[in-house]
Design a binder for this molecule. Structure first.
Ligand code: ADE
Ligand code: ZN
Ligand code: ZN
Length: 275
């Protein structure tokens, strides 16, 4: 890059080369601006995995350690996104989200016949509880489950179908083009600038009673809980709005809380499955 900059500034460099470099750099910039990154960024998923690890029973920890051959929940949490662009895993794409109207709920909403976040989670749990399932299948669906419980706590993964969970709601993030989905997947977390370990280690201290209360209920109760936030997020920004520090100040505490709920609830599911 430095080499290119020096050459670019050098008067000796031909006009033609300058033009080629300008076009190439513009192309890279445009690609970067339009790339849709459709994930609770890796940091969010890893923080959820790391928080879950702190709340596993000894027995569950041992079983998971064996199944994942020593890899951590934080490490495997991004696997479902890594396989997303592989054609062989296309059928898992709809598992990353579920759409429903803002005034609706999962039970009454039109279902995606190809599956969704809820059916995906249910399938993972079923395989993990199945005594006859192979170790390879169990490993695969455990990795999927760790990721999907993270997605379940990203309010825009339970958004409206019309706008693809906020993906088509364009906004500005610190002066650059983004969309409401991406703000919640990654912009808020990246701007806060804490690693996943820091996020997990600095999660709010909760009493045993508070932890139990957050872990209570079923997957569908957790969908409802996140969906109540989804409604707030849709109201939080207008199309084209310029979002910056104030937005982080107001909404990052909610992101932190969602990562913590995700971690605690993932641990609850895993303790029930493996204990
Ligand atoms: N990612 C891709 N399509 C989506 C949708 N309809 N809702 C939420 N997230 C999505
Ligand atoms: Zn996403
Ligand atoms: Zn996902």
């Amino acid at each position: 890059m430095l080499f290119l900059a020096i050459m670019y500034l050098s008067k000796k460099y031909s006009k033609m080369m300058k033009r080629i470099i300008t076009i190439t750099l513009s192309f890279i910039w445009v690609l970067g601006a339009f790339a849709t990154d459709d994930v609770w960024g890796p940091t969010g998923h890893r923080a959820t995995g790391k928080i879950a690890e702190k709340h596993l029973t000894k027995k569950a920890k041992r079983a998971i350690d064996e199944l994942l051959e020593g890899e951590s929940l934080a490490f495997v949490s991004t696997y479902a996104d890594e396989i997303k662009s592989d054609k062989n895993y296309r059928k898992f794409y709809p598992w990353h989200y579920v759409n429903m109207p803002l005034d609706g709920n999962y039970e009454t909403a039109a279902k995606n016949p190809k599956g969704d976040l809820v059916t995906g989670i249910q399938h993972c749990i079923k395989v993990l509880k199945d005594k006859n399932a192979s170790v390879d299948d169990k490993r695969f669906y455990l990795k999927m489950l760790v990721h999907l419980i993270g997605d379940l706590h990203q309010p825009m993964h339970i958004g409206q179908k019309e706008d693809k969970g906020g993906n088509t709601i364009q906004v500005q993030w610190h002066g650059r083009g983004s969309n409401l989905h991406r703000v919640w997947d990654e912009n808020l977390i990246k701007k806060w600038d804490m690693s996943y370990v820091e996020l997990a280690d600095n999660a709010k201290h909760l009493s045993k009673h508070q932890i139990k209360a957050l872990q209570a209920g079923s997957v569908l109760d957790w969908v409802k809980d996140t969906h109540s936030l989804t409604k707030k997020v849709y109201k939080s920004a207008k199309v084209g709005e310029k979002l910056g520090y104030r937005y982080s100040y107001v909404y990052f505490p909610i992101v932190r809380q969602q990562l913590q709920k995700g971690g605690l609830r993932l641990a609850k599911l895993l303790n029930d499955i493996f204990d």
